[in-house]
Design a protein around this ligand. Structure first.
Ligand SMILES: Nc1ncnc2c1ncn2[C@@H]1O[C@H](COP(=O)(O)OP(=O)(O)OP(=O)(O)O)[C@@H](O)[C@H]1O
Length: 500
C-alpha cells in the first residue's frame, strides 16, 4: 500500500542559499513524524512545499501514491493537507464558527446563510477533538491554545488527512501542550498523518512515532523514536556531540552590590506591588506560567507601559523610565518576546537590524559613520550566536524563524548594557544554539552585566539562574534561591500552591 504522503527528491534554492537538497520522506496513516533540525535546516521550507506555499525546484509530492501539484495553500487544503503555524491565520474579531467557515458559509435551501448548521458542524468537529470551547465570543478572547485547537478544527473541517504542526507548543503552557498531545493522539487513532516540528526534544519522545533529522538542507537520518535517544538525535542534528547544554554552574553575582532596586512597582492603580533587587553579575529568572504577568512587569519597568506607581533606583540613583529609549540610555535593554512585532524590521538587512539604536558606537569625532567598523561588528555578533545567513546584508525577513531570533539577540549583545532583560530568549531556538546563547549570557555576567531572564522553560531557569522570582496571577509569589530553587517549588508557586 502506498504511504499517505511521499515527498520525493525535493530540492529548493533561494538567492544565495540551498535550502533543500534531494530530501525524501514518507508519512503513513495514523503516524506522527517528527521533523528535527537546527535553525535554518530547511524544515519549514519543506513543509511549505508540501502545502503549496513554495514550489520545489526539483522533486515531487505524492498523496496516496499519486503525484500532486499545489498552486498555493488553498489548493493543498482541498487535497486534505493542513498546516498549523505558530502565527494563526484566524480573524481575531470573528467567532470560532465564522472563522472555520470563512469564505465557504453553509447555506440552507433558500440560499441563506445557515448559522445553526455551521454551529452544529463546529460542535461535531470540537467533539472529534474532545475539546469544549465557547463559540460565541470573538476568537481574540480565547486562549492561545484554544485558538490553536480552532485552527486544527478548521483544517479538519476541510477533511485534512495530513496535518503539519510547525512548533505548535512554543506558546503553550505545559498543561495546554499536554492537551494538544491528547488531541494529536485522538487524530492519530482516526488515521490522520501528522508532521510535528519542535525544538523540545522531550516532546518528540512523548508524541512521535518516527523522526526525520535534517541538517543544512539535507536529510541526515530517519528512525523510529523507540530506537533512539535525545543525545543521539542532538548529535545527528548539529553534527557534533553536545555534552552539556548549560554552562558549568558558577555564580558571578555580587550580593553586596545591588544594581537595580525596584520597589512598589504596580501596573494598575490597585494592582499588586512588585519589589525586586537585581545584583551585579546576577542572572535573575522570572518564572511562572504563560500569562502570569512577567512580561508586563518587565515592560512596566523599562517604561514601555506606564506603571501606576514605582520607585526604581539604578546603581543607587533614583530613575524614572517613561520610555524604553530612556531605559536604554541608562543601560537597560529588553530583548522582546515577540521578535516579529517588536524586535525586527524584516525588509532591513541583518546588519541594519543589529546596528539599530546603536549607531553612535560607530561614529568618529566628526559624527561620521565608520561603516567598516559597523559591518565587522555586525559580522562578529552574528558569528557569536551562529546566525545562518548568506551575509550580513541579507534581509532579516529571508531568514528562518530561529535565525531571526538570533539576530535580535546579536543586536542586544552589541549594546553595552548594564542590565539586559531577555524575554523567552530561546523560544524557537535549536539545542546547539541554545547552549551557545547560555554560554554568552555567562560571559556577560562574568563581565559584570546583570541579567533578568523571563523563561517558561524550567530546565533553563534551573540550569542558568542564580535566583528566580515566581509569578502567579500578576504578582510575585516567591523569590527562590539555593536549595529552594528546584522545579517542584517553582511549579508550586507558579500554580498558586495547587501543585505539590
Ligand atoms: N523566503 C526566503 N528567501 C530566502 N531565503 C529563505 C527564505 N525562506 C527560507 N530561507 C532560507 O532557507 C533556509 C532554510 O530555512 P527554513 O525556514 O526552512 O529553516 P527551519 O529549519 O524551518 O528553521 P527554524 O527552526 O529556524 O524555523 C534558511 O537558510 C533560510 O534563511
Amino acid at each position: 500500500m502506498s504511504p499517505l504522503l511521499s515527498l520525493r527528491h525535493i530540492s529548493k534554492a533561494f538567492p544565495g542559499v540551498k535550502a533543500l537538497s534531494d530530501v525524501s520522506l514518507d508519512l503513513h496513516e495514523g503516524e506522527v513524524m517528527a521533523l528535527l533540525g537546527e535553525n535554518g535546516a530547511g524544515k519549514s521550507t519543506l513543509m511549505k512545499i508540501l502545502c503549496g506555499i513554495y514550489q520545489p525546484d526539483d522533486g515531487k509530492v505524492l498523496i496516496d501514491g499519486k503525484t500532486r501539484h499545489f498552486d498555493g495553500y488553498q489548493d493543498a487544503l482541498k487535497a486534505g493537507v493542513g498546516i498549523i503555524f505558530q502565527e494563526f491565520s484566524l480573524i481575531p474579531w470573528l467567532d470560532a464558527v465564522d472563522n472555520i467557515f470563512l469564505g465557504r458559509e453553509l447555506k440552507n435551501r433558500l440560499g441563506l446563510r445557515d448559522r445553526r448548521r455551521m454551529i452544529r458542524e463546529t460542535e461535531t468537529l470540537l467533539q472529534r477533538l474532545k475539546v469544549s470551547i465557547s463559540l460565541d465570543c470573538p476568537i481574540a478572547e480565547l486562549s492561545v491554545a484554544e485558538q490553536q485547537f480552532i485552527e486544527i478544527a478548521k483544517a479538519l473541517s476541510l477533511d485534512a488527512r495530513i496535518l503539519v504542526l510547525d512548533e505548535p507548543t512554543a506558546t503553550l503552557t505545559p498543561s495546554e501542550a499536554d492537551h494538544l498531545f491528547d488531541i494529536m493522539r485522538e487524530l492519530r487513532s482516526q488515521g490522520v498523518g501528522m508532521v510535528f516540528i519542535s525544538h523540545h526534544m522531550e516532546e518528540i519522545f512523548t508524541i512521535c512515532d518516527r523522526v526525520t533529522v535534517m541538517r543544512d538542507g539535507e536529510k541526515i537520518d530517519e528512525l523510529a523514536v523507540a530506537d533512539t535517544n535525545a543525545d543521539d538525535l542532538i548529535e545527528k542534528m548539529v553534527g557534533r556531540r553536545v555534552e552539556n547544554i548549560f554552562p558549568i554552574r558558577r555564580c558571578d553575582a555580587d550580593y553586596n552590590d545591588v544594581v537595580l532596586d525596584v520597589a512598589a512597582l504596580s501596573l494598575t492603580p490597585n494592582g499588586p506591588e512588585h519589589s525586586l533587587k537585581l545584583h551585579r553579575g546576577e542572572i535573575l529568572g522570572l518564572a511562572g506560567l504563560v500569562g502570569s504577568g512577567r512580561s508586563e512587569f518587565a515592560m512596566g519597568l523599562i517604561g514601555a507601559t506606564r506603571p501606576a506607581a514605582a520607585r526604581v533606583t539604578l546603581e543607587g540613583h533614583s530613575v524614572n523610565f517613561s520610555h524604553p529609549a530612556i531605559a536604554l540610555e541608562h543601560g537597560i535593554g529588553l530583548l522582546p518576546e515577540s521578535r516579529k512585532s517588536q524586535g525586527l524590521i524584516l525588509p532591513f538587512s541583518c546588519r541594519d537590524n543589529i546596528s539599530l539604536n546603536n549607531l553612535d558606537q560607530y561614529r568618529n569625532g566628526a559624527r561620521l559613520l565608520r561603516r567598516n567598523a559597523e559591518v565587522s561588528n555586525a559580522e562578529r555578533l552574528m558569528q557569536s550566536v551562529r546566525v545562518k545567513a548568506p551575509s550580513a546584508e541579507t534581509p532579516v525577513g529571508n531568514l528562518s524563524g530561529g535565525n531571526q531570533q538570533k539576530v535580535v539577540i546579536a543586536r542586544w549583545l552589541g549594546h553595552r548594557c548594564k542590565v539586559l532583560i531577555f524575554d523567552e530568549p530561546t523560544r524557537g531556538i535549536d539545542v546547539g544554539a541554545k547552549s551557545e546563547i547560555y554560554a554568552l549570557m555567562k560571559e556577560l555576567t562574568a563581565q559584570g552585566v546583570s541579567i533578568i531572564m523571563i523563561s517558561s522553560e524550567l530546565p533553563e531557569v534551573l540550569g542558568l539562574c542564580d535566583r528566580a522570582a515566581v509569578f502567579y496571577q500578576g504578582a510575585i509569589a516567591a523569590v527562590l534561591q539555593g536549595n529552594e530553587l528546584d522545579s517542584q517549588s517553582i511549579m508550586h508557586h507558579a500554580t498558586g500552591g495547587l501543585s505539590a
